[in-house]
Every structure is written in structure tokens, then in C-alpha cells.
Design a protein around this ligand. Structure first.
Ligand code: PGA
Length: 245
């Protein structure tokens, strides 16, 4: 694996302008003058904060990049309320999260729709962070691998390459619950995903990653980064997670 580990922060629907500016400035201050973590750091704020976040990072710490949390499959058109991949690129984004379980569950997003969005992201020059993961019931029924493999097959478009696609394995039951998957379960699922995706594709783990568990998760074989929700809202904790790389 030659690519650096990827530490991605998903702010979800959190933050108004002033507190969010302070959060990014605090992160930049933590990074300043310190040895860089051997990782690429991406912040994915809500759409409303992307422009401001890109601006603060440009001025203060250009090695942290920005991503969106979703995009539409079309580049433009009559889609009230949606945001397109070229719009994200235009704002300075390098990444977009697609198929997060909250989109799949709360917005009924299908894997086919995720694949179409990934095509749009690639066409706009964005790398797609495609999320997959089983529910607690699916794991309980012994179907976790089957579910994840089906989501991978249907969510990843044919033009995916290790340069334009990152996979995030996020067991739904571990998101925002404080219940982290066991190291053995993460290793087992990442081995399955690695076998499907091939070597250079980066595979992230997500689900209750915190400052106190990131280093051990990041040291598991085939874990090439983490997708962090709640803990990415705290600059000190997010920086500690990045140091775990
Ligand atoms: P969490 O969220 O870190 O708050 O569990 C992860 C995610 O939803 O990407």
C-alpha cells in the first residue's frame, strides 16, 4: 500500500458558520509546526460550510482537503434542493461520501443510485468514498459478508480505480452508538472487501472511531484509514485520531 492512510471526518448535519470556522482553525493550529501524521486528512462539512472550510484550510493548512457528504447523479438540471458533483468540485472539494447508511436508510438510496452518483463524481474529478455495511439484524442472521459484497457489487461503477474510489466499511450498528466492531470482525470483513477490490484500493473502517481506539483500528491489516463521525467535531480528538495513522 503506497497511498497514505485516509482520515476522513464526516460532520453530518452539524455546525453553523462561527463555530465551524473555529473548529477548522483549531485543527489547523494543532497541525501547525508539528510533524504531519502519515495520513491524508479530509473534512466533509455540510454543503453550507464547504466554501468557508476550504477558505480557512487554504489560508492556514492546505494539506487538509474537503469533501461533500452526497451529490446528485446529474451534473445540473431541475432537481430542487440537490447539489451536483461539479458544484462540489467548483467549491474546492476533492472527495464526496456516497451511500452513507443514513442516506440509504433515511432517504431510501439504493446501491444502483450510489453507483450512478459515483459515475458523476468521477466525471467531475472527485474521488468517491463509497460506504457499505450491514445492519445488526443482518449480522445476527449471519449475512454480514453477503450483504456487504452485494452492496459492493452494485454500488461500485465500472470506471472505479484505486485513485478515484475509496471503500468505507461502516457496520450500521456501530455508527454513532459507541459500539465498535471487534478488531477480529473488522479484520475479517476488510479481508473479504480486499479480496473483492484488489490491493491498492483504500479501505476505511467507520463506526464509533475515537481518539482512544483509532490507533489499534488503523493497525489492523487492510485498514487504510477511518471515516469518523461524532469525534470529527472535536478538533483535539480528530487530531489524535489522525496521529493514530
Ligand atoms: P460515528 O459515525 O463515528 O459517529 O460512529 C461514523 C459515520 O457515520 O461515518
Amino acid at each position: 500500500m503506497n497511498m497514505p492512510k485516509l482520515i476522513a471526518g464526516n460532520w453530518k448535519m452539524n455546525g453553523l458558520a462561527a463555530e465551524s470556522r473555529a473548529r477548522v482553525e483549531a485543527l489547523a493550529a494543532l497541525a501547525e509546526g508539528r510533524p504531519l501524521p502519515r495520513a491524508e486528512i479530509v473534512l466533509c462539512p455540510p454543503f453550507t460550510l464547504i466554501q468557508q472550510t476550504v477558505g480557512v484550510l487554504k489560508g492556514a493548512f492546505s494539506l487538509i482537503t474537503c469533501g461533500g457528504q452526497d451529490c446528485h447523479a446529474s451534473p445540473s438540471g431541475a432537481f430542487t434542493g440537490n447539489i451536483s458533483a461539479p458544484m462540489l468540485k467548483d467549491l474546492g472539494c476533492e472527495y464526496v461520501i456516497l451511500g452513507h447508511s443514513e442516506r440509504r436508510q433515511l432517504h431510501g438510496e439504493t446501491s444502483a443510485q450510489v453507483a450512478a452518483k459515483a459515475v458523476a463524481a468521477h466525471a467531475a474529478g472527485l474521488a468517491a468514498i463509497i460506504c457499505v455495511g450491514e445492519t445488526e439484524a443482518e449480522r445476527g442472521a449471519g449475512k454480514a459478508e453477503e450483504v456487504v459484497l452485494a452492496q459492493l457489487s452494485d454500488s461500485i461503477p465500472s470506471g472505479a480505480t484505486p485513485g478515484n474510489t475509496v471503500i468505507a466499511y461502516e457496520p450500521v450498528w456501530a455508527i454513532g452508538t459507541g459500539k465498535v466492531a471487534s478488531l477480529d470482525d473488522i479484520a475479517a470483513m476488510h479481508a473479504v472487501i480486499r479480496a473483492k477490490m484488489g490491493v491498492p484500493t483504500r479501505l476505511l473502517y467507520g463506526g464509533s472511531v475515537k481518539g482512544n481506539n483509532a490507533a489499534e483500528i488503523l493497525s489492523i491489516a487492510n485498514v487504510d484509514g477511518v471515516l469518523v463521525g461524532g469525534a470529527s467535531l472535536n478538533p483535539e480528538e480528530f487530531w489524535t485520531i489522525a496521529q493514530g495513522a
